[in-house]
Each structure stands twice: as structure tokens, then as C-alpha cells.
Write a new protein. Structure first.
Length: 311
């Protein structure tokens, strides 16, 4: 039992470190290719910080643990807008631009709702392709909106995109980062699945707790660092964007990895909670375009209340 737990934690740590280097390397390579910082922020960083969720959920589905993969995505979506947003707001109250709440907020909630409906339909290849197409549309919309709004990239995104990069360093960084993330995901999925069996709990409970929190570590690190720098828009934008990509891209990866007739059972309460909490977080941020420390306590309490309810 201790060995399984240790290997699962090792997989989490490896994924967090490797995914961070994957994002940094990809961002700097994008700068060498003269790609716009807006695109770097939306696509490279937005998708890159969700790489652990994608790979973990996809590997779980490929191994036949579809419920584990889906529960990890659902749990990550809930963790992002409760625990992670709450921790960031505890560090300092979050004041966010109205544009982020009016644009990314509805897209994130809609993406989560679409994912919930897709899971309720039973997934499959056709649903996976539809979610993949929706992902491309969402990326196009985010880039177009950012460019039309003529918003400068936040400091950390600009720094990643403009810092002098050397191909001899960044290309191996990306390759090793991707390999490390894949290996970490494999370690996590295999040992978390075995741990669930030994403990006599369902895979969805392990997915919602251990796997969901672990794969959200890159978002947690980004949120804390951004909040310490006073980049509240990046905190909220990254968390909302992560939920959007988890739902659409992550859902597509799970559906396509699971095959034509995936067999799984996911408690409907998980899907209902995910949609309700996503909507709650958006409305909370819309109220005055800020999240106070009192709001942070509420968000953290919501997550804490979800865990025993589901278990």
C-alpha cells in the first residue's frame, strides 16, 4: 500500500515538474517562430498547463479505466474554481477585469456544460470528434477576441514569449518535458488504479480526489505565482481557460482513447456538481469583478464539502 502511494505521488511530482518545463520550452520555441504572445498565452500556456489532465485522463481511458479518467477531469474542473481560486484569493483579494469575466467566463461554463452532456450521452468516437472540433472553435474564438480587444499580454506571458531562447536548449526541454509528463501520468494512473482496488473504493473517488488535485498542480503554481505578482487577470483567465480545455480537449481525448463503445459508470452527481460549481464561481466573480478573502473561504469550504459527499 505504501509503495503504491509513493509511486502515485512520485508520478504527480514528476508530472508537475515536467509539465512546467514543457510549457516554458514550448513558449520560448514559439517566440523563435515569431508567434504572437496572445497566441502563446491562449494556446501554448492554456493547453500546456492542462497537459497533465489530458495525458492522465487519456491514458486511463486507453487502459479501460474510463471512469477514472473522466472523474479526474471533472474533479480538476471543480478544484480549479474552488480550491485553487480560493487559495489565490486568500493570498490577496482578486480584482479581475470585466472583459475576462464577460468573455472567458461564459465560454468556460458552456464548455463544462457541453462536456457534461457528452459524458451523459455515453461518449464514443463521434462525440470525441465533435468535442475536438469544439476545441478548435474555442481556440479560434479566444485568439480572435484577444486580438480584437487589443489587450497586451500579461507580464509573465510576455516574458516567456520574448525571453531569449536557444533551440539547442528549448527543443530538448520540450521533448524531455513531454516524456516526463507522459511517464508521470503512467505512474499515477497505474498506481492510483491499483490503490483504488486495494482500498475497495471506486475509481471515480480516486480520480476526483488524488488524481484531480495532483494534475491541477501546474495551475496551482501558476495561480500562486501570478497572484504574488499582482496579475489577477492571469489567475482567473488561466483557471477558466483550464476548465474550458479540460472539458473540450480532455473530453475529446478520453472519448477517442476509449474507443467506439466505452463501458463506464460515472455518478450523475459528479456532473451536476461540476456544472453548478462552475456557474457559481463565474457568478461570484461577476459580483463586483473580484473575489475577497471571505469568498475564498466559501470556495474552499465548497470543495471540502464535496469530497465527503462523493465518498
Amino acid at each position: 500500500m505504501l509503495i503504491l502511494s509513493g509511486l502515485a505521488v512520485a508520478g504527480l511530482v514528476l508530472m508537475a515538474v515536467a509539465a512546467d518545463h514543457l510549457v516554458i520550452g514550448a513558449s520560448r520555441i514559439a517566440s523563435l517562430l515569431k508567434i504572437s504572445p496572445v497566441v502563446v498565452g491562449v494556446v501554448v500556456i492554456g493547453l500546456g498547463t492542462s497537459a497533465p489532465e489530458f495525458l492522465t485522463a487519456g491514458l486511463a481511458a486507453f487502459r479501460g479505466e474510463v471512469a477514472l479518467g473522466l472523474a479526474s477531469l471533472v474533479g480538476s474542473n471543480i478544484v480549479n474554481v474552488t480550491l485553487l481560486l480560493g487559495v489565490a484569493a486568500l493570498i490577496a483579494p482578486i480584482a479581475v477585469g470585466s472583459g475576462t469575466i464577460r468573455r472567458e467566463g461564459p465560454m468556460s461554463v458552456l464548455g463544462v456544460a457541453v462536456f457534461a452532456v457528452a459524458v451523459a450521452l455515453g461518449l464514443g468516437i463521434a462525440v470525441g470528434l465533435a468535442l475536438a472540433a469544439a476545441t478548435l472553435v474555442a481556440i479560434w474564438l479566444l485568439i480572435r477576441i484577444a486580438r480584437r480587444a487589443d489587450e497586451p499580454p500579461v507580464a509573465s506571458v510576455a516574458a516567456l514569449a520574448t525571453r531569449k531562447a536557444r533551440p539547442a536548449v528549448e527543443i530538448p526541454r520540450v521533448v524531455l518535458g513531454l516524456a516526463g509528463t507522459l511517464f508521470g501520468a503512467q505512474l499515477l494512473v497505474v498506481n492510483a488504479s491499483e490503490l483504488a482496488g486495494r482500498l475497495g473504493v471506486s475509481p471515480e473517488v480516486i480520480g476526483f480526489t488524488l488524481v484531480a488535485v495532483g494534475t491541477s498542480l501546474p495551475e496551482l503554481v501558476t495561480a500562486i505565482q501570478s497572484q504574488r505578482r499582482g496579475e489577477s487577470d492571469l489567475v482567473v483567465g488561466n483557471l477558466l481557460g483550464s476548465n474550458l480545455f479540460n472539458s473540450l480537449a480532455g473530453g475529446a481525448i478520453v472519448a477517442l482513447s476509449a474507443g467506439t463503445d466505452p463501458q463506464f459508470h460515472l455518478a450523475p452527481v459528479l456532473l451536476a456538481l461540476m456544472v453548478a460549481i462552475s456557474l457559481l464561481a463565474w457568478l461570484l466573480l461577476w459580483k463586483g469583478y473580484r473575489a475577497s478573502r471571505k469568498d475564498a473561504v466559501v470556495l474552499i469550504a465548497v470543495y471540502a464539502g464535496c469530497v465527503p459527499l462523493l465518498v
